[in-house]
Design a protein around this ligand. Structure first.
Ligand SMILES: [Zn+2]
Length: 302
């Protein structure tokens, strides 16, 4: 027994899972609750749209068409992995399906074959329409499959469900073939593995090697980020991004050298000895210069 997520909670769950979410018009109140119950909710249903082009796909899923009024889902998962929120209430996506399947989803056990159409799925399932022609040839980009995985995981996490609460339309309603082009068992495996970890809002770079990481991340998030700006043919650095990246590379190289060398603590006496040594062996000056550079790098890092 689970009450449906409010619009705010649905949005927050998706964003926390690292998804790019687009709020479409009055999605919070665009629903079919006047035509039937919404909830208790028991699972997530994945569909393909048999459409091409995100703008028209989103429009159709919002407005519906003659004979099937919108909203046709809760969200559209586009080819670029973005999620377009269409509704936070009852939507026309699941139709009548097999009550035995619903009971299996509630119990999170293996699904029986769907051979009946006796149960209102729109009441009990969140529905996500995925932009794809559904002809078995239209490719499923990796970012789109990952978005399907993340959307499903986000909702499962919010309700405390596992991956068995996620089904394809083809597992619900006799005669349906969607989604076509990947297997729901494979997708459930991905969702299971994702649920085993924490939500991953943004890809996080490895941390331990690099105290300058925040600067690098900032530079990349800056919309002017452009690999070509790091160095032009004439060796000049044309903008702040290029400057930061080069400064960062230099500092990282210096820090790596510092880590590779034993620590030296100079007392006054040692310093005098060192000065004498440098006088006798000028190559030592290079090593001292490195040491100074290390100090500068450490200050930059702070
Ligand atoms: Zn469908």
């Amino acid at each position: 027994m689970a009450d449906p997520l409010s619009a705010d909670r649905l949005l927050a769950a998706l964003r926390t899972e690292g998804l790019t979410v687009v709020e479409v018009g009055n999605w919070r109140t665009h629903n079919r609750n006047h035509k039937g119950s919404w909830g208790p909710v028991h699972g997530v249903m994945i569909h393909h749209t048999v459409t091409k082009g995100t703008t028209s796909t989103v429009r159709i899923c919002r407005d519906g068409y003659s004979g099937l009024p919108g909203p046709l889902c809760h969200g559209v998962i586009a080819k670029d992995g973005s999620v377009h929120l269409i509704s936070a209430g009852r939507a026309n996506h699941a139709g009548l399906g097999d009550g035995d399947v619903l009971r299996a989803v509630i119990a999170e056990r293996e699904l029986p074959a769907d051979n009946e159409a006796n149960t209102d799925g729109n009441r009990h399932f969140y529905g996500f329409e995925c932009e794809n022609l559904g002809d078995g040839k239209d490719p499923w980009p990796a970012v789109q499959l990952e978005a399907i995985e993340r959307v499903s995981a986000a909702i499962c996490r919010a309700h405390g469900w596992n991956e068995r609460s996620v089904i394809g339309h083809l597992e619900w309603q006799p005669g349906k073939v969607d989604p076509r082009g990947f297997s729901m068992d494979t997708m459930r495996g991905r969702i299971r593995r994702r649920l085993a970890g924490a939500p991953a809002p943004v890809p996080t770079p490895p941390k331990e090697d690099n105290v300058m990481e925040p600067v690098e991340v900032w530079a990349y998030r800056n919309k002017r980020a452009d690999e070509a700006s790091v160095a032009r043919g004439d060796g000049r650095i044309p903008d702040a991004y290029g400057y930061l990246v080069q400064t960062h590379s230099l500092a990282r190289a210096l820090i790596a050298k510092a880590d590779a060398r034993p620590a030296v603590d100079l007392s006054g006496e040692q310093l005098t000895a060192l000065a004498n040594a440098v006088a006798a062996h000028p190559a030592l000056a290079d090593q001292i210069a490195e040491r100074v550079a290390e100090k500068i790098a450490a200050r930059l890092a702070n």
